[in-house]
Each structure stands twice: as C-alpha cells, then as structure tokens.
Write a protein of this length. Structure first.
Length: 458
C-alpha cells in the first residue's frame, strides 16, 4: 500500500487542486495535512479575523473530505518537523505542496526538501495553484525576470492558455494510523470583527455562483460604487485558497461580457503582484522603488495615525472606510485606495504603518497583495504615476454621491442629508455642535503642499 502527503497551505479546497490530484494518482492512500505553523504565529500573521476565517476553511475542507471517505489531519508546531513526522508515520514516498512566493514560503520549501530527502521522501511543488498563472511564466520579451508595469503584463497574461480546472476527487483514502488534533473552531477566537463573514470552500462557491448570476454583468460599471457594494467580496476566499483563481477566470470567461472582462483583469492584478514579490521578495518591507521619503514620525503624526485607525479623521469618507474595516474585517477596494492615499500622501505617514494595520484586521490580509497595493498607492511601488494623490472629497463625490456609504458606517452623521454629509464642517455652527463628530485633522491643501515638498515636486 503506497502513501503520499498533501500539505495544504493557502489552497484550502478540493476543487481544482493539482497537488491533491497528483497525490491521489501516485498513491493508494493520501494524508491531507494542515500544520498550524508556529513560524506563522511567531511572525504575527495569525490575526484574529484571519484565524477565525481559517478555522472555518479547515472545517469546510474536513467536511468535504469526509464526504469522500477521508478526513483532514491537523498538527501544530514547526512545519518541517510535523510534515516529516507524518510522512514517516504513513510511509509516504512523496509530499505535495503548492508553490508560494514569499520569502517564508521559499524558505519553508527549501527546508522541507532538504529534510525530506534525508528520509528518502520526494517533495513535489506545484505551480499555478494559488495563482492563475505561475510567477515567472510571463516575463518581458526584452529581458528581465518580471514585469514592473501591469498593462504589458496583462497583455501577455491574457494570451496564455490556462490549464483546465480540475474537479474534486471522488474518493480520498487516509491511513487510519495517522492521528489528528481536534479541528480548531471560530468560537475559540476572541476580538473578532462583529460582521466577519463565514469562511470555507462551500461558502465561497455559493457566494461566487450567486454573484456570477446577479452581479458579474454589472461589475465593470459598478465596481467602484461604494454605496452599491457591487464587488464580489471573494478576496478572503482567494486569500485562503478556498476558491481557485484559475477556475474563476474560466467561469467568468464562460459568462463573457464587459463585467466578466473587468473581473478577470482584477484576478490578473493579483497574479501581477505575486510575480513582482516572487522576483523582489524584499519588497514586502522595503520600497520597490524608493522615493527617499522622510516620513513623519512626530507626536503629531502619531496622533493623526491613531485618528486614522479609529475612523476619527473628520473626513467622513475616510472614517466610514476605516470603520467598515473594523466592523467587517474587510473594506471596499475603492475605499482601500483612498484611505491609503490619505495616510501616506495627505498625512505623509509611512505606508508600512498602514499596511500593518490592514494586516491586523483584514480577513483577506495577504502579504503579497496588501504590501504591493500599499506601495502602489504610496508611490513607492509599480504605479506609473507615483505622485498622484486621491483627494477624499473628490473621491466621495464621485463614488458615494449621495453619502449612503458614509451614513452606513458613521452613525453620527446619519441625520445629515445628501451630499452635505461629506463636508460636515460646512454645516451651520449650531448644527455642527449637535454632531459628535470631529473637525478635520488636516487641511487637504496643506497636506498636498507638504507631500509635494517632501517629494521635491515644488
């Protein structure tokens, strides 16, 4: 009786899972393994919202395996030690793993390969599982190891033929001798955002099918509508791999139309960021393109940052977005752009401060996309217009014209009608006094002058 191990990481699903399919083809019995890696915990990436969503994903994965005669094996501790122990216990000849792009993922792969080879076990790493297209599969024709600009990358990405999505396995036989810890549960986690969504492959597939039917066609024209909330909200499921980005590309293209094309473009952005970080892993913490910024580190900057985190900046559209983040562990993509621009360019606070706060709360807090998007907005990443500033008032008037988004998340302003909600400081003094809402912490023109001066644009 032959055996293999599949180490699940950011690919917590049964549909379109090449490592699982390869293991089932190669062995009579397969151990689907998830390790609660102490290295991830030590790095501070097990934030409460993501932990709870992860536990939902593990429960969903286990339920799907049990329907097929299998089960999920969960262990805790250093990932290499646990994988080797399970492989030796079941006599596995192979361990299958999805490729990652972070420094930690590369280091994990190297250590696993070295230790497994020492015990006569082969490590097989599979590309294009976490992404639609593997990092490095698309490179500039003129040389270089990655694309630094999205548009030419997207043209080449669009020309590639993606592999056909794999169906879920019919049967999974797991060696009885391999024991598992009890599955962790969401109920074990404290300090969750009150409106945190439910995780797992089943929930993700239901959400996508509903959105594909009711929302995809209008995505191109409505995806920036803050009040309409017309985005897919699939990012947490993609982050944990409960959904396959490659399968979503196929299903969207089958639907066709401008909405599907716009959605596929967003999935390509995700792949673009992965190939940037794969080529420049230090960009998770260092500027991809330095502007030699001297970010504010004064007491005043600390107070401004605290107000930004709490949603008390005095700019309603910014505060609504920051409160949505705290309430839901998620934020509308357009809102992410404008609050990041406000912190990095209007307040001139280091983008890493904002990126860390997002990782503390976002259920889809993805090291790749979070850091790369923050750098794009801060002008230290791949944006071809690094000095652009998103004015929160302009953004509010354009993407929340009647103030519905603001009133949804800033209850102090719910009685302020229409567009006046975006500029409460213009209300009569007696009306302002009735509102428990702060004055703006910064003058936008002053912030713009400071940013231009810091970047040498004046």
């Amino acid at each position: 009786m032959t055996a293999a191990v599949v180490l699940f990481t950011s690919d917590l699903r049964l549909h379109d899972h090449p490592p699982l399919r390869a293991a089932l083809d190669a062995a009579d019995e397969v151990v689907p393994l998830f390790v609660r890696d102490s290295g991830v915990r030590a790095a501070g990436f097990d934030a409460p919202n993501r932990s709870a969503f992860l536990f939902d994903c593990l429960a969903s994965l286990d339920a799907g395996l049990r329907k097929r005669g299998g089960r999920l094996v969960v262990r805790s501790g250093p990932v290499v030690r646990e994988v080797v122990a399970v492989a030796r216990q079941c006599g596995a000849s192979e361990v299958h793993l999805s490729a990652g792009v972070s420094r930690y993922a590369h280091h994990r792969e190297e250590r696993l390969r070295e230790e497994l080879e020492h015990h006569g076990v082969e490590l097989r790493v599979h590309d294009a599982v976490i992404t639609s297209v593997a990092p490095g599969a698309v490179v500039p024709s003129g040389g270089g190891d990655h694309f630094a600009v999205f548009t030419p990358y997207f043209r080449r990405w669009s020309d590639l033929r993606l592999r056909e999505p794999l169906g879920p396995p019919r049967t999974v036989r797991v060696p009885e001798a391999v024991e598992s810890e009890p599955l962790p549960a969401r109920s074990e986690v404290e300090d969750l955002s009150p409106d945190l969504p439910r995780g797992g492959e089943e929930a993700g597939r239901r959400l996508f099918q509903r959105w594909r039917r009711d929302g995809l066609d209008a995505y191109e024209e409505r995806h920036d509508d803050l009040a309409g909330d017309a985005t897919s909200r699939l990012s947490p499921y993609l982050h944990f791999g409960a959904l396959s980005s490659g399968e979503l590309v196929h299903l969207a293209r089958e639907r066709g139309g401008a909405g599907a094309e716009a959605f596929v473009r967003q999935l390509a952005w995700r792949d673009f960021h992965h190939q940037v970080l794969a080529a420049r892993p230090e960009s998770a913490e260092k500027d991809y393109r330095t502007r030699h910024d001297s970010w504010r580190r004064t007491k005043e900057a600390e107070e401004d940052t605290a107000a930004w985190k709490e949603g008390r900046t005095g700019y309603p559209i910014v505060d609504a977005a920051m409160r949505q983040l705290r309430a839901e562990g998620w934020m509308h993509n357009r809102a992410r752009l404008l609050v990041a621009s406000f912190l990095a360019k209007t307040l001139y606070v280091d983008w890493r401060v904002g990126a860390r706060h997002f990782l503390d709360l976002l259920v889809d807090g993805d090291l790749v996309n979070n850091q790369m998007n923050w750098q794009w907005v801060a002008g230290t990443g791949t944006d071809t217009r690094p000095h652009r500033v998103l004015n929160p008032l302009v953004q509010a008037r354009r993407f929340d014209p009647e103030g519905s988004y603001v009133r949804r998340y800033v209850p102090e302003l719910r009685e302020v009608a229409g567009r006046k909600v975006h500029e409460p400081w213009r209300l009569p003094a007696e009306r302002r006094a009735e509102l428990d809402y702060p004055e703006p912490i910064v003058d936008l023109d002053e912030g713009l002058r400071r940013f231009k001066q810091a970047r040498g644009r004046e």
